[in-house]
Design a binder for this molecule. Structure first.
Ligand SMILES: C[S@@+](CC[C@H](N)C(=O)[O-])C[C@H]1O[C@@H](n2cnc3c(N)ncnc32)[C@H](O)[C@@H]1O
Length: 242
């Protein structure tokens, strides 16, 4: 890239930084989280603009420039799991949803460092997937260590309503993969799935790290913490769409 092009690009990034707050707040504030500005620096890896996200509904394969399967993670944290998968499975595409600026930036940074071409972070709530994902666009979906919302279980991400959305976006034969440290959330998901016609639990364990699946398992940040600090058993479920 020529010097004047580099200058132009950095001017454009500075311009975007000046107005990025508008995507998240009604009125300007005195201070912002520094990672809010940093999100602008990874246009290839991170989308925070709702309109841009929506434009790609039904066209994510065009976005990635191939016909490979698209896998979605909801609540990806700092991205270790999805980055690890994207590195391992170059013939798949990964979309990771997260809300926190810092975690999104850390995921994008890792992806850029590894020069990955098959990964994208989006700042969207998992509940809004129908706004920006089209029919049968998703081959598999991962939800790792979601907040259990004890006492406020109705706020959980894995609900009957989520499965109604998966009726639309998940291909038949596609799976939802769920890991948790939380016994009650694990049991509640098993019970919920047993009541659904279109889905079947096809694998379950309450101690993932003592199964044959442990070798291929990619650990998330929370999983690392639960294992090393608290020596907890990780519960794991695979649910197939019939
Ligand atoms: C307990 S952390 C687990 C992070 C990561 N999956 C891991 O295992 O290390 C839950 C994450 O989900 C994100 N989150 C919570 N509610 C969400 C939602 N409705 N949609 C997308 N992400 C959400 C949080 O910001 C947080 O980073």
């Amino acid at each position: 890239m020529k010097k004047d092009e580099i200058k132009e690009e950095s001017n454009e990034i500075e311009r975007k930084k000046g107005e990025v707050w508008k995507y998240f707040f009604e009125r300007p504030k005195k201070n912002y989280n520094k990672y809010m500005y940093e999100m602008v620096e990874y246009p290839e890896y991170l989308i925070y603009d709702n309109e841009e996200v929506k434009k790609n509904k039904g066209k994510w394969n065009e976005f990635f420039g191939n016909n490979n399967g698209i896998y979605l993670e909801i609540g990806c944290g700092s991205g270790n799991f999805t980055v690890g998968n994207a590195e391992k499975f170059k013939d798949r595409n990964y979309i990771a949803l997260e809300l926190r600026f810092k975690r999104l930036v850390l995921g994008a940074r890792k992806s850029e460092k590894r020069n990955l071409k098959n990964i994208l972070f989006i700042r969207k709530r998992g509940e809004t997937i129908l706004d920006f994902i089209g029919k049968d666009e998703i081959s598999g979906i991962y939800i790792n260590f979601p907040d259990p919302w004890e006492g406020e279980e109705r706020k959980r991400i894995i609900t009957k309503e989520l499965f109604e959305k998966l009726d639309i976006i998940l291909k038949n034969g596609g799976k939802l993969y769920f890991k948790t440290d939380h016994q009650k959330y694990y049991e509640d998901v098993l019970e919920l799935v047993s009541e659904l016609d279109g889905y079947e639990m096809c694998y379950r364990t309450d101690d993932l790290h003592n199964t044959e699946k442990a070798a291929e398992n990619i650990k998330t940040e929370f999983e690392q913490m639960f294992l090393s600090k608290h020596n907890m058993n990780i519960k794991y479920v695979e649910i197939i769409k019939k």
